[in-house]
Design a protein around this ligand. Structure first.
Ligand SMILES: Cc1ncc(COP(=O)(O)O)c(C=O)c1O
Length: 480
């Protein structure tokens, strides 16, 4: 199987014939466009001229002319005896924004008819409880620029954590942010010194590194299993490393949807205590524990002061609201508030007022009904994939809004592009991992309606059929 050649002919050079100009120029433009869109990364070796010419149905001379053109423009480089390589466009290819940028680019590339399953968020607002008219005049007083957040919302979040997430919290322990993404950005600034090392599970939340680590900090990736991050792997990564922060998602892991057992949580806390690790516990998905019965074990922060929590209304309510929070010791929040003020002064007051109204409008009955509805979408998607894509490996997620699927491929990126061309946008495993593990995975949201999920799986099944035929039919490029 040579996925690499399929990638080049079906993704990188896709649609080259429709471009204007002579053939060599059309090929050069298609390759340049792929470099600009980060479909081809800096340092990649382009296929040999003859095999590319055969695959594209053009003469070798045409491919040579296209490459020469790009060598002259500084986009490609020929290395004696080794082949032709992409030099890339350095200013916007920095490591820390790669995952987010590639997801957003993929979304921008999608047409309006495409079904977007790439984000782990509600598909719209129709599930929200009614909140009536906002009493704007009496709600908004003063300048509305408190970097800690509106006092009523801080109380409502504290109440929500105490009663719905088993995490006793006071309003003084809460700082409101513009989503959990900003919470991670602010915490990264407040917690990390130049020597701090950050440990996180692989696969993990694609937006974490870009938000928390900043531009040049390296992540220490550790294994994730069915119960979340492996404490033994954390202990090994922590050995003799000095100042450390560990990032975990024990109540709803993104992308797997796993919930860590009580024993796993205790083991993580033990490792953290032994190695003096500060833990960032991301509870963004903790409101969406989907199966009735035993509730998830209490958050790590309920039994340890070394744990700082980030949370969000993006998953339960609506991502466009941009309301999240940090739950931490008030002394740490003082430091965070300075970064918050520097970043955006304060979170939007109307968004905070809507968040208060939404939190006041929900109760246990609403939460149970909402979780049941999501669980039936999840089960439907698992069943559709089992029936139409039996070679895909899925595991039913216990929490969250997405399904993590492993494809029988070495690398799922090419298929992700093929799926987008068939009208379904999914998130590639390569975005969920800072190392090369889990490249075969894709993440699919099940937040859409049952009908939309059915259409999406039909499209994915036809994309898969063509893609697997292409991969099987392409001979492996000889390695040099
Ligand atoms: C685990 C996790 N943390 C944080 C975020 C960021 O969420 P927000 O929309 O609140 O910024 C997400 C969103 O996908 C997430 O899945």
């Amino acid at each position: 199987m040579d996925q690499d050649r399929v990638w080049w002919t079906h993704v990188v050079f896709e649609g080259w014939q429709e471009r204007p100009g002579p053939r060599y120029q059309r090929l050069a433009e298609a390759l340049l466009h792929a470099v600009d869109r980060r479909m081809v990364v800096d340092g990649a070796r382009v296929p040999a001229e003859r095999s590319l010419a055969d695959a594209l149905g053009v003469s070798r001379g045409t491919v040579v002319a296209a490459f020469e053109h790009l060598v002259g423009a500084g986009v490609l480089e020929r290395r004696q005896g080794a082949g032709t390589f992409v030099l890339g466009r350095p200013p916007w290819t920095s490591r820390s924004d790669t995952a987010v940028a590639s997801l957003l680019l993929r979304r921008v590339a999608a047409t309006s008819e495409a079904i977007d399953l790439s984000f782990s968020v509600p598909a719209g607002t129709s599930h929200l409880p009614p909140i009536g008219e906002l009493p704007l005049g009496s709600t908004f007083t003063g300048h509305g620029l408190d970097p800690f957040g509106d006092a009523t919302l801080r109380s409502a979040i504290a109440e929500h954590l105490t009663h719905h997430q088993r995490l006793p919290t006071t309003p003084e322990q809460v700082l409101v942010t513009s989503g959990a993404q900003q919470a991670l950005t602010l915490l990264g600034r407040a917690l990390l010194s130049p020597s701090t090392k950050v440990i996180a599970g692989c696969p993990g939340y694609p937006g974490f590194a870009a938000a928390f680590l900043g531009a040049d900090r390296e992540l220490l990736p550790v294994a994730v299993d069915d119960a979340g991050v492996d404490p033994d792997a954390v202990a090994r990564a922590a050995h003799r490393r000095g100042d450390l922060v560990l990032y975990v998602m024990p109540t709803g892991h993104n992308p797997t949807g796993a919930i860590s057992s009580a024993a796993r949580r205790r083991a993580l806390l033990d490792v953290a205590a032994q190695s003096g690790i500060t833990v960032v516990e991301d509870l963004a998905l903790a409101d969406l524990v989907l199966d009735p019965g035993e509730p998830a074990p209490a958050p790590l922060a309920a039994s340890s002061d070394r744990v700082v929590v980030v949370g969000s209304l993006s998953k339960l309510m609506w991502a466009g609201l941009r309301i999240g929070w940090i739950r931490a010791d008030p002394a740490l929040l003082e430091r965070v508030a300075r970064w918050k003020a520097a970043d955006d002064l304060a979170t939007s007051a109307p968004a905070q007022a809507i968040a208060v109204a939404l939190l006041e409008a929900i109760d246990d009955t609403w939460l149970h009904a909402h979780r049941r509805a999501l669980a039936s979408r999840r089960d439907h998607l698992v069943q559709l994939i089992g029936g139409q894509l039996p070679a895909w490996r899925t595991r039913t997620p216990a929490a969250g809004l997405s399904l993590w699927v492993e494809l029988p491929l070495e690398h799922a990126d090419t298929f992700v592009h093929a799926a987008a061309a068939h009208g379904v946008v999914v998130a590639p495993g390569s975005a969920a991992c800072s190392d090369t593990r889990h490249l075969a995975g894709v993440r699919l949201s099940f937040a859409e309606t049952l009908e939309t999920l059915e259409l999406a799986v039909e499209r994915l099944a036809s994309a898969w059929e063509l893609h697997s035929q292409d991969v099987a039919a392409t001979p492996r490029e000889p390695s040099r």
